[in-house]
Ligand binder design. Structure first.
Ligand SMILES: [Fe+2]
Ligand SMILES: [Fe+2]
Length: 253
């Protein structure tokens, strides 16, 4: 576990504040945290999907990809369908996607398709844990976190893609760091689940970083440091609502 966490902690510019952790482990906050986590898994799949559709495939393949996500989105945003049926829905394979003619977009497709499959599987696993703990799904507002980073993404290519990938790396790395922080303090089954996610997400952070490096063709350290600072602020500064990626919420908020 430590071997996985060392590069993550090195990459992140701050640790999760104790004030956040103290609140996050309170049983009354568990539904909020799990539902937000569930939606974050879907968002991780959606943003990987957007990257493929925007940068690597034609419209028809893009539509096929969208259909893949549809039942998950129907469940999360429209409360449609039975979550148990999602178990049969991890069907899309790499072979169903067209090959790309540019080297970097093929790498992007391969990495992102793997990642989407894993995120959708996590989505299902969170639903299983929620079911076991008797937590019903409900809509939830999203935190400022991802938005707060993405608004600094530059608006010209390839800088836009590079910045988005770096933001993706931070979101994944922070998720790992928080899974590790939460795991010892929650219900043992949930703690075990968080540890298993840590193993899976640890690779995602590196996937995003490697892609950013390959695509930019030049050192990305300055941009990484830039987003690292913004990320650390969003994690440390007081927030208004407790979420998986929120800052600490001062009493009385
Ligand atoms: Fe995930
Ligand atoms: Fe992930």
């Amino acid at each position: 576990m430590d071997a996985l966490l060392t590069p993550i902690r090195k990459f992140l510019q701050c640790e999760t504040p104790t004030a956040w952790l103290n609140d996050a482990v309170k049983p009354e906050n568990l539904p909020n945290l799990l539902i937000d986590h569930l939606v974050c898994e879907l968002k991780a799949a959606q943003s990987a999907m957007l990257l493929i559709r925007r940068y690597a495939v034609d419209d028809a393949s893009g539509d096929a990809l969208l259909a893949w996500l549809q039942p998950y989105e129907d469940f999360a945003y429209r409360k449609r369908g039975d979550w148990r049926e999602l178990a049969d829905h991890e069907r899309l394979t790499k072979a169903m996607l067209p090959k790309s003619d540019t080297a970097y977009s093929q790498v992007l497709i391969d990495k992102m398709v793997m990642l989407i499959k894993e995120e959708l599987h996590h989505f299902y696993q969170v639903l299983e844990i929620m079911d076991a703990l008797g937590i019903a799904y409900d809509n939830i507002s999203s935190s400022r976190y991802a938005r707060g980073m993405l608004r600094h993404v530059r608006t010209h290519e390839p800088a836009t893609l590079m910045d988005k990938l770096i933001c993706g790396a931070y979101i994944e790395a922070r998720s790992c760091e928080r899974f590790a922080a939460l795991a010892p303090h929650v219900d043992p089954a949930l703690g075990k689940f968080y540890s298993s996610l840590l193993r899976s997400e640890a690779r995602h952070f590196e996937d995003y970083l490697e892609l950013a490096e390959q695509i930019s063709g030049q050192p990305i350290a300055t941009r990484v440091a830039f987003f690292g600072e913004i990320e650390a602020q969003l994690i440390q500064q007081p927030d208004t609502e407790l979420r998986f990626h929120s800052g600490p919420v001062p009493a009385g908020m």
